[in-house]
Every structure is written in structure tokens, then in C-alpha cells.
Design a protein around this ligand. Sequence first.
Ligand code: 3PG
Length: 213
Amino acid sequence: SSPLPASVLDLAPVVPVVVIEDAADAVPLARALVAGGLPAIEVTLRTPAAPAALRAIAGEVPDAVVGAGTVITPEQVREAVDAGARFLVSPGWTDRLLAAMREAGVPFLPGVSTASEVVALLERGVREMKFFPAQAAGGTAYLKSLAGPLPQARFCPTGGIGPDSAPDYLALPNVGCVGGSWMLPADAVAGRDWARIERLARAAAASAAGSAA
Ligand code: 3PG
């Protein structure tokens, strides 16, 4: 497989955030997202099926770049990388978590929601972060306000983003990509409606392409 960009923010403009209840769904779901134009997929470590789902996607969907989300302990860092995660995302961070992520040797995005956390990460040499929970923490207005004093930091906002707000985030100079689950409605996942998920993924990819132009 081709080398990955050094940053999670440069993998794809929209990163679907997936919660998998049944590992058997992982491969068809990932194939639908890839077919719709969303190859970078974050599988959250929130369900017992997550490690098996990561392993299945990593092994069987070569066009996907699968990573792990909701990584909050060093043990989860190791478990995710062992299962084939090619990037790591966390809703927050600690020095202990950061050390484990650095050691893992794959790109990672620790989560922040305040200016002080951004400054603390910059102090530690980390310039790329998840902004979480994006909508609740202040949305595009908040990120725009950070760009003045803290232009070194780049973000992947995630949390409450939808098809209408995604292009607004992507238009900001300090946003590299957005994450979210809006292309994975619970009823479509539960009903294994992969065709609908592919259509929603295609719409998300198209709106991102439009806002980058
Ligand atoms: C997450 O990490 O849970 C993401 O923020 C998902 O956000 P969404 O489901 O609100 O899009």
C-alpha cells in the first residue's frame, strides 16, 4: 500500500466515525464508505466488536485507511495498532496517553476543546488535534477565534457536525478535515442498508470537494 500522509488531517476531508455493534458489519460498511468516496474510516473503541472490526477492515478492505477512535488508554493504543489501526484519535489527552500514541508510530490526533489545551499540546510538539465536541464547544466561531492567536494548530472538528455544517468547518484555514457520523444513520446501519450509506458518503465527499474548491 502507498505511504500515508504524516498527518491524519491530510488523509481525507471527511472522516466517518463508526460505532460497530456486530463485527460482521465492518467489511460491508467500510466498502460502502470507500465506494462513496470516504476511504479514511475511524472505528471507535466503544463496543466490544471494535478490535475485530478494525482487524476485518484492515485485512479485507485494502482501499480503506482504517484508524481507531475513542482511544483513551495506552492499552487501547496497543490493542488498536495490533488490530491494524493506521491512525489513532482521542476525544481528549493526557501525557500518559500522548506518550503511548507517540510510541505507536502511526499518526494520531489528541482531542482538545480549549485554548489552554491547544497551548499545552503545542508546547509538547503536537500541532494537529481533534476539536471535540465541535458543535457544543463553540463550533466554527470558536475555531475561527483560535486561528488568530494560535495559527500553528490545525484541527479535525468532530461532534455534532452534519451535512450543512461540514462545509463551513472545511472552509476555515485551521481545519484539515472533519469527522462525524452523519453519513451513518443508526437505522441504516441496523438495517444494513449499505446502498443508502454509500449514497450519504458520496454526498458528504461531494460537499467537502465543493468547499475545498
Ligand atoms: C465522536 O468521536 O464520537 C464523534 O464526535 C462523532 O460525532 P457525531 O456522532 O456527533 O458526528
